[in-house]
Design a protein around this ligand. Structure first.
Ligand code: PEP
Ligand code: MG
Length: 587
């Protein structure tokens, strides 16, 4: 449906805002402001279809509240404050009280209202009953119920509250989580524009995977745009135009048509191999977050999955995936790939990828440097979940070419722990007589500078390397990948990165293992040639980036790229490296 663009917005001047390009494409539509920071209680009538999900959300919030109270209780117990302990214990009982829980569920089911509203009404009702009783004791119980209700509400209003913008809206927000972005795709929004975020933030990556034109890092956009304002989002240029004139809209409509035609032309190379003019084969894989994206990966010409981000299974579902679910899921992925390989990365949670299903850990000052990824997965009480996942993946390996990859490995110790867990899982399966691929390839992501520096030590211990440039750049240059204020300093072609990548490819060559890149740099037509020149032979990227990168590979001569790789290793500034790349590409 075309958005209504003829309505008179001329009282307001056209304003152009520049941010960071996150996902290319042009979107024209009305703004839908999504404010995740507001804590007022939404009151929504829901459809029959949404009843179960609302009840599940309530159950999750109750469970989270229960865990939080248990943790508080443990601390109090350590301090031997028995009176306070009893109060918290009483609060926990209220969480399970049928007058609260069953009544809230009844309201969701019968009154068709969202969980927050149902909970608020139930708490008000219980408070009213206590109010009618004179005794002091019951008045105190009234505030206990209120206290517990507030806690559950806060958990309900967390980042997983569903968002439902109208289709074709352009969602404007201060920030979005990767889980929000995946949900917005399902709501068929036309575009996204956020104040926060950088090009390789997970939100931007998810937007690209779902082909939603997006601009991030717009700093104050959400306070300038009003709900319903007409907007143009030019994802490739990183531009958002507020209240465009009819002439501007016409120009962008024409550009959108031209872009679509160019995309269709590029897709014609879909079934051709990614081989350079001097006959060197490059494997082009896709990065996916969800099995539904595999069709798009294949239709864009991917020869397999180079990075399957399994953590999304912990971010969008209602329960922690079991071994059986990991197994079924991976089998389904292999079936959809029809014999092409899939590289499953074990879950990489923490920092901006938050799972509300895992027990909360203490708030961290610096989550990107905190308990995340492999450290989190190997810590208690999370470790058994990693074991379940690995068992599920190993079992699926009996059904097709499946590789397992560990994220954010810092060094030999962590790799040893992860491998020990995998060996333990494999030994269990063997003793249970359950088949799995005994020659399964197990690799690591090289995305911490420490791993890159000791790549020569790690290489003989693994079957493959996959360089995660998104994090490798972040940690090498100390630039938060999601921070709009330092986005200018996020430089994939910094000489430090060139040297690290060169060291990793050399270490891989010496050990005789393949090395790929699965960070966003692999899908950047300006950077991919440098990666190839440095010895990388596998590139894994967002599906939409494949046709263009493939056309560059097919037009290039590997001997020239190798010469480029040798040259950039000697250069000392990013500017000089960029210049050298442009010269080679121009030739
Ligand atoms: C990376 O860090 O480059 C990577 C591919 O992993 P993610 O983007 O999921 O952190
Ligand atoms: Mg990473």
């Amino acid at each position: 449906m075309e958005p209504e663009t003829q309505q008179d917005d001329r009282d307001h001047p056209e304003i152009e805002k520049r941010g960071t390009p996150a996902s290319s494409g042009i979107a024209i539509g009305r703004a839908y402001i999504l404010d995740r920071r507001r804590l007022s209680i939404p009151k929504t009538q829901i459809d029959d279809d949404d009843v179960d999900e609302e009840i599940a959300r309530l159950a999750r919030a109750l469970k989270t509240s229960d865990r939080q109270l248990s943790r508080i209780k443990e601390k109090i117990q350590a301090r031997e404050e028995s009176e306070h302990y009893n109060i918290i214990a009483a609060h926990q009982l209220i969480l399970h009280d049928e007058h609260l829980v069953d009544e809230a569920i009844r309201r969701i089911r019968e009154d068709h209202i969202n969980a927050e509203w149902a909970l608020r009404q139930t708490v008000e009702h219980i408070k009213g009953v206590f109010d009618a009783i004179e005794e002091e004791y019951f008045r105190e119980r009234r505030s206990d119920v209120e206290f517990v209700g507030e806690r559950v509400l806060r958990n309900l209003l967390g980042r997983d509250a569903p968002v439902k913008p109208p289709p074709d809206a352009i969602v404007v927000a201060h920030d979005l989580s990767p889980a929000d972005t995946a949900q917005l795709f399902r709501a068929a929004v036309a575009g996204l524009a956020t104040d926060a975020g950088g090009k390789t933030s997970h939100t931007a990556i998810t937007a690209r995977a779902h082909e939603i034109p997006s601009v991030v890092g717009l700093e104050d956009l959400s306070s300038v745009v009003g709900n319903g304002d007409l907007l143009v989002v030019d994802g490739a240029a990183g531009v958002v135009i507020i209240n465009p004139t009819p002439d501007t809209v016409a120009i962008y409509r024409e550009r959108a048509r031209a872009e679509a035609a160019r995309g269709a032309a590029l897709l014609e190379n879909r079934d051709l191999p990614a081989v350079t003019t001097d006959g060197v084969h490059v494997e082009i894989f896709a990065n996916v977050d969800h099995a539904d994206e595999i069709a798009s990966a294949r239709s864009h010409g991917a020869v397999g999955i180079g990075l399957y981000r399994t953590e999304y299974m912990f971010m969008v579902g209602t329960d922690i995936p079991t071994e059986e679910e990991h197994y079924e899921h991976a089998r389904d992925v292999l079936a959809r790939l029809d014999g092409h390989p899939a590289t499953f990365r074990t879950f990489d949670l923490g920092a901006d990828k938050i799972s509300r299903l895992l027990p909360d850990h203490h708030p961290e000052q610096n989550p990107a440097l905190g308990l995340r990824s492999m450290r989190l997965a190997l810590s208690e009480p999370i470790r058994p979940l990693l074991k379940e996942q690995v068992r599920g993946l190993l079992r699926a390996s009996a059904h097709g070419p499946l590789r397992i990859m560990f994220p954010m490995i810092s060094g030999v110790g962590e790799l040893g722990e992860a491998r020990a867990l995998l060996d333990e899982a494999a030994a269990e399966l063997a003793s249970e007589g359950i088949p799995y691929d005994t020659g399964i390839h197990v690799g690591v992501m090289v995305e911490m500078p420490s791993a890159a520096v000791i790549a020569d030590v790690l290489a003989p211990k693994v079957d493959f390397f996959s360089i995660g440039t998104n994090d490798l750049i972040q940690y090498t240059l100390a630039v938060d990948r999601g921070n709009e204020y330092v986005a200018y300093a996020y430089e994939p072609l910094h000489p430090a990165l060139i040297r690290l990548i060169a060291h990793v490819t050399e270490a891989a060559a010496t050990a005789g293992i393949p090395v790929g890149v699965c960070g966003e740099a692999a899908g950047d037509p300006l950077i991919a040639p440098v990666l190839l020149g440095l010895g990388v032979r596998e590139l894994s990227m967002n599906a939409v980036a494949i046709p263009e990168v493939k056309s560059h590979v097919r037009a290039a001569k590997m001997a020239d790229l190798t010469a480029l790789g040798e040259r950039v290793k000697t250069l000392t500034t990013t500017a000089d490296i960029r210049e050298a790349v442009k010269e080679t590409l121009a030739r």
